[in-house]
Each structure stands twice: as structure tokens, then as C-alpha cells.
Ligand binder design. Sequence first.
Ligand code: CUA
Length: 329
Amino acid sequence: MADSCASLLPLAWDGSPLQSMIHPAGPAAADIARLWWVMFGAFTSVFVLVIILLAFAVWRKPDTATVAQANMPPWGKTGFIVAGGIILPLLIVTPLYIYSLTTSARLHTPKDALTIRVIGHMWWWEVRYQDDSIVTANEIHIPAGVPVRLELTSADVIHSFWVPRLNGKRDMVPGLKTAFWIQADEPGIYRGQCGEYCGTQHANMAFEVIALTADDFTAWQRARTQAVQTQSDEQHRGAAVFRKAGCPQCHAVRDAEAVRTVATSNAGPDLTHLASRRMIGGAVLPNSRGNLAGWVADAQGIKPGVKMPRTYLAAEELHDLVSYLETLK
Ligand code: CUA
């Protein structure tokens, strides 16, 4: 069953389904999937029972008045309605209600663990680690096998944080901080998607949770806190283009280049380690040199409505700029 469903869904790099809540990869999502299957089973049984009774009522021969009287259950007409219309539904629905409430409480109770702040923007995700030691975008690196506490909010409109294989949805409301948690049992890549309509590019507001082994996660953290060095002439020229074209007005880059002194805005994604990300543009394009150049030149053509404007650069300037961006590992 699970395998035949999986083949209908887009697959991740490791062949696992990308965004399927019935293919959980962590304890919270497993709780949701279990609840879903129990509900599915219970209500399918009720549906089948109702159809059988309906078919029986339609096809049986009508009784004569005396036979009908004789067939009446001992508790009478009213008793039949009370038993079948009130008591039976209560017996089915009450346990499911309690089960769903207790599951829900588990899903929303954050564990005391590594905290990552995630801020929703139209239409990308700002990601900040404890003490703002690491700031990134559209990719959340977490250690596998342990709970990760999330603090969610929004910079503009209501978004909804949703990684279907790791937990349910949680709204991100401007001016409000909500605590949430996720856990991935195994290292891997789990795609997330904004779960609340938030404007034109809502559907292209995606991200990835990348779960790493404890050692890999420590190494990743260490690499993030090291300053980037610009090297070749081409890259230095690119850094100059970055400043001249106005990129620092929206994008922060914390590097050893002079860019650092001006590039501190968080109106757009932090680009400090851009080159090490798998995707760009809110997980709409793989991070390649060609896509990066296309995005810089005409983000509006790729994702109409984003705040990133078209840039009008000479071919050589664009070339140098992309070379510079590629150094931001
Ligand atoms: Cu953000 Cu939909």
C-alpha cells in the first residue's frame, strides 16, 4: 500500500517521497500518520456499514404491517433511534476525539532542545540559530535523531510552517512567537512548504530540512561561523558589483570583504553561505551557476511578484557577480 502510493509522488534524492504525511520520518509525523490511519479505518467501516444498511433497506421486500410489528426490536422505535443514532455514534466518535486531542497535545509541545528561529517572509524563510550565531535562508540544518525546538514568527503576513514528513502545520503570525518542534529519525532531506495562502508566490514558498548526523551537524555549524574570503580578481570585481548594484540594501553578507560593512539588511535572504545551499529562490531552482545568473538578472521572470527586482548589469558584471556569489560557501 505504502509503496504503491509512494510511486505516485515526486521523489527525493534518496527515493523517498518528498512531501507525504503518510510517510513519516519522525515521531511527531508518525503520530499524525497513525491518527490518520485510525480515523480512515474507523470512518471507512462506518461508511461501509451505512451502505450495507442502505442496500438492505432498498432491496428487501416491504413487510406487511403485522410482520413489521413482530420484527420491531424489543426496545421499540424510539429505543432503536437512541441506540443507533446517539449511543453508537458517541461510542465511535468519543474515543477518536480523545485520541485526536492527546495526539495534538504531543505535536505542539516543544521539547527543551536546540532552538532555531524561523521567520516567514513573502516568499522565503529566514533561519536563525541560537544567539544568531548562524543566519541562513530556505534551508534548516538539524541534527538527526533528536528533537529540535522551533520558534516561529512572520515578518509580514500569516504563513504556515509545514514539513509533512516531520510534523503537522504551525501558523507563523506577525507579532507573535509560537513554539513548535520537529525531529527527523534519520539523516536526510525533508521538503517543507508554506501551508497557508500568503500571496502570489505562496506555492513557491518552499524550503528543505536537512538532517545530519551529530558529527556532520557540528562540522556544518563550525563551517558556518568561519568568514568567507574573496580571492581572485574576478571575485573582487564581483564584490564591487554587488555593492554598486545595490544588493546590500536587502542582503546581508558576513564575509571578510568590505561588503560586510554595508551588507547587513535582512529584507532578503542572508547570502553569507549562499554557495553551499542546494536550492535558490525559496527552493524553486537548484543552486547552479546558470540558475544563479538567471535569478540575479530576472527574478521577476522566474517568480513574478517577489521583492527581488530585475537587475540591469553588463554581461561581464553579471559574470563577475556570480563568481563572487560562488565564493560564499
Ligand atoms: Cu507563505 Cu504561503
